[in-house]
Design a protein around this ligand. Structure first.
Ligand SMILES: [Zn+2]
Length: 402
């Protein structure tokens, strides 16, 4: 790290012996790496590019995509942790996997090498950026063609697919397991997905920059942190770890990113470490819960923050209706919420009762004076990152503007 300008300052006074004697204590002396740092100081965060270094960018749900670098070590580590998580879900290497991901690349146009690897692993990647009826019909055909062992994707993708199948009277052959990642999985979503797809759900957590950092075993008592590749801390506002069981910001240190280290990288989610070990006996630390994104929180008039996932719950689950094809909730101002939606052809979308119910639920979260309006759209465009954003705030969340 002495060769990485960003770290030269904070490394001074930190000897290798000190790191050896107290690795976690030494780690706590490093600054929290923010997404903005990666965006603004990319060149300062990189040492020489070895062979196999590739430039990548986040396709996260935020509106601020960032570039970063991966090297062959970090790529190998990511593949290994994904496989470890699958092992814990009872999925053997080479067993058939179908992935519902928001991949910016058309599956048929994936690079040749990726397609070779896909077929070796019996894996197919289906793009969820544009989940229209035609695609969903095709995806269900692909899933049903041969037994799927592991069906993986965003919770919302499963919801959309299940709703489409119900609407069209199509059956989806149950996979052996469902693996969710990419968005917070709430308990009711787990219940619904299990019911819709007839398979147990294993939740994984991570992001594009550091790969998967944790995954569930078959006891489902929390997510085990993949300790061989990642250190996960839950920190308070002062950047110091909070006691186990307390909620804070999740920061992750990836141990195999050499070209561009991710050290104490703020993941943008709130979470808490477990206070009890998992009953399975694995010694990996437990990330007990992930509470959802902190970065894109909605700001209430009283200064409190509301995580956007609660709106996904309200619109995507509580008031989910076959009359609405897509929705998005936008905070226009501290006291103004707009619900954009794409109705099914020939439909008005949400009924008056549903609108009332949604308004009441949104007000419950945002405070009573909050205005809620509904706007029917022809389509809802994806964010610059290419990913469909369910909830967006135009108010600078976390920084009260008075
Ligand atoms: Zn366990």
């Amino acid at each position: 790290m002495t060769r990485i300008p960003y770290y030269i300052d904070c490394m001074s006074g930190l000897s290798l012996n000190a790191i050896r004697d107290d690795p976690l204590g030494s780690l706590a002396r490093f600054p929290i790496l923010e997404r903005e740092d990666v965006r603004d100081r990319l060149d300062d965060l990189v040492c020489e590019m070895g062979r196999g270094t590739i430039k990548d960018h986040t396709s996260g749900s935020t509106n601020m995509p960032v570039d970063f670098y991966r090297d062959k070590h970090s790529v190998s580590a990511s593949l290994a942790t994904t496989q470890l998580g699958l092992d814990w879900a009872g999925v053997e290497r080479g067993e058939r996997r179908v992935l519902l991901w928001g991949t910016p690349v058309d599956p048929n146009e994936r690079p040749f090498l990726n397609r070779v690897v896909d077929s070796l692993h019996d894996r197919v990647v289906l793009d969820t950026n544009l989940l229209n009826d035609e695609r969903m019909y095709k995806y269900i055909e692909i899933i049903n063609a041969r037994p799927v062992v592991s069906l993986e994707g965003y919770p919302a993708a499963f919801d959309q697919l299940a709703r489409y199948a119900r609407r069209e009277g199509l059956a989806i052959t149950p996979p052996r397991v469902i693996v969710t990642a990419g968005f917070t999985l709430f308990d009711h979503m787990r219940t619904q997905i299990t019911e819709d797809f007839g398979a147990p759900v294993f939740d994984h957590y991570g992001n594009r920059e550091v790969g998967r950092v944790s995954g569930e075993c078959d006891r489902h008592e929390g997510m085990h942190v993949f300790g061989e590749t990642t250190i996960v801390e839950v920190v308070g506002e002062d950047g110091r770890p909070v006691p186990d069981g307390e909620i804070g910001d999740i920061v992750a240190t990836h141990l195999w990113s050499y070209t561009m280290p991710f050290t104490r990288y703020r993941m943008g989610d709130r979470g808490e470490m477990g206070t009890e070990p998992c009953s399975c006996g694995r010694v990996y630390p437990l990330l007990a819960r992930v509470h959802g994104r902190s970065g894109e929180s909605f700001l209430r008039e009283d200064g409190a923050l509301v995580i956007p996932d609660v709106f996904l719950h309200i619109l995507g689950w509580e008031f989910s209706t076959p009359e609405v094809r897509k929705f998005q909730i936008v905070q226009e101002d501290v006291d103004r919420i707009r619900v954009r939606f794409v109705p099914e052809p020939g439909s008005d979308g949400y009924s008056p009762e549903e609108r009332e119910g949604i308004t009441a639920s949104v007000r419950e979260q945002m405070g009573s004076p909050c205005e809620v309006d509904f706007v029917a759209e022809d389509d809802i465009e994806p964010a610059p990152s290419g990913k469909y954003v369910f909830a967006a705030s135009k108010v600078a969340a976390g920084t009260p503007h008075w």
